[in-house]
Design a protein around this ligand. Sequence first.
Ligand code: AMP
Ligand code: ZN
Length: 483
Amino acid sequence: MKLYNTLSRKVEQFETHEDKKVKMYTCGPTVYHFAHIGNLRSYIMEDVLEKYLAYEGYDVERVMNITDVGHLSSDADTGEDKMLKGAKREHKSVMEIASFYTDAFLADCKKLNIKIPETLVPATGCIPEFIKMTEALIEKGYAYTAGGNVYFDTSKLENYYVFASHNAEDLEVGVREGVEADSNKKNKTDFVLWFTKSKFEDQELKWDSPWGYGYPGWHIECSAISIKYLGEYLDLHCGGIDNAFPHHTNEIAQSEAYLGHKWCTHWFHVLHLNTTSGKMSKSKGEFLTVSLLEEKGYEPIVYRFFCLLSHYRKSLVFSWEALDNAAAAYSKLISKIAALNGGEVGEGKVDAEVLSEYRRRFADAVGCDLNTSNGITEVYNILKAKTNDETKIAVLKDFDRVLSLELFESAEKLKIKKKEEEKESSSAEKDDFTVEIEKMIARRAEAKKARDYALADEIRRELGEMGVEITDTPDGTKYKRVR
Ligand code: AMP
Ligand code: ZN
């Protein structure tokens, strides 16, 4: 696969340390609120990347953290802890907030067909590892204590600003000497590894450490968790572009200082989902969630389709109109798939040559810097191709291992819905029939009342022809269908 590497700023051949094995780390959510659909854009694209690598035959070992401590409201160690902010907002404990929003995140992932990494690690579960790494960094001379906190000394590195130029705006935020600038820092880019003192003394979760009772900085968690579960050499690290600086830059600084060698080879960053008024963000308080899309009548999978239609390295502007277009295109695609007449794929019937040609075309598309929209073009191409439906089904099932657009599940649902609609309309016809019979019986009663027995008999005969037998009882005329 060829993939853009933020580190080299080039599309490169994707290489791994061990043959056909990928060690992949993903920055997980900060669970103080629902994930917004911008966060989920990143997770959708990372999911397609993982599935594509597996499609190419790699064994992917993937780890994701859950940030439940240490992420302050500014990525540069200032402001209040986001988890505490969430807890205060909802009058709950930090752990209650973390558990609630972790479950909500996992439920959103399920709805969007995002595979949850096998190893999902809450930061609060790895405190000893953070302490161990911080101790080693002090020992090696890369970290210092000041004012009760432990800081990483960025001046000790030859090249600190790894991703800075990719994210000029965030760099500004990261190093700005604002009102909250921390006077303990020797260099303005230094960052906290362990806090025992902060302006927010009501921090709920604290642990014993060699530097006093306190809590970890945010950046240390990803390095320590990654090294613990994936070892010293990482092949692929993912996140949204806002993570590139300072978060990933700091991860590289402390991991390489700790390990004494290069840590991660390939960095994958997803550009943002923006609203017409700018970046969608949790801290702004106004954001769209998967549940909101559902409330408005959209199937979550349509949002996945919407994301796959554009390239991960371009920012994507969300609008309801654009989502409507994706919804219409998706349902048109599904009706085409539902109309395929392959039944169960019988091996003999699939044209193996066409299947392998389309696999190659799909790999050329998606394997070229994860071009999912070109991958979707191949979905349309196979539908138009001159081959039998069994082959088309086999090709589409193969593509959907990567795209996870539920092509066949949705087509099945559509078929069931159509059948139900047909049933409903035929039962509506039956109702019309009943209404007709009742009208005829009423006309016959009128005729009898007017002593027009000839007409009454004629109606009975007509009903008989319609398969309806009538009996006059003291309670009125009863009828039954005899055929
Ligand atoms: P957070 O929960 O804030 O730690 O973010 C979770 C993930 O979403 C990270 O990989 C972020 O880089 C990413 N992210 C944040 N905002 C956006 C956005 N508007 N569009 C795409 N990804 C985002
Ligand atoms: Zn991270």
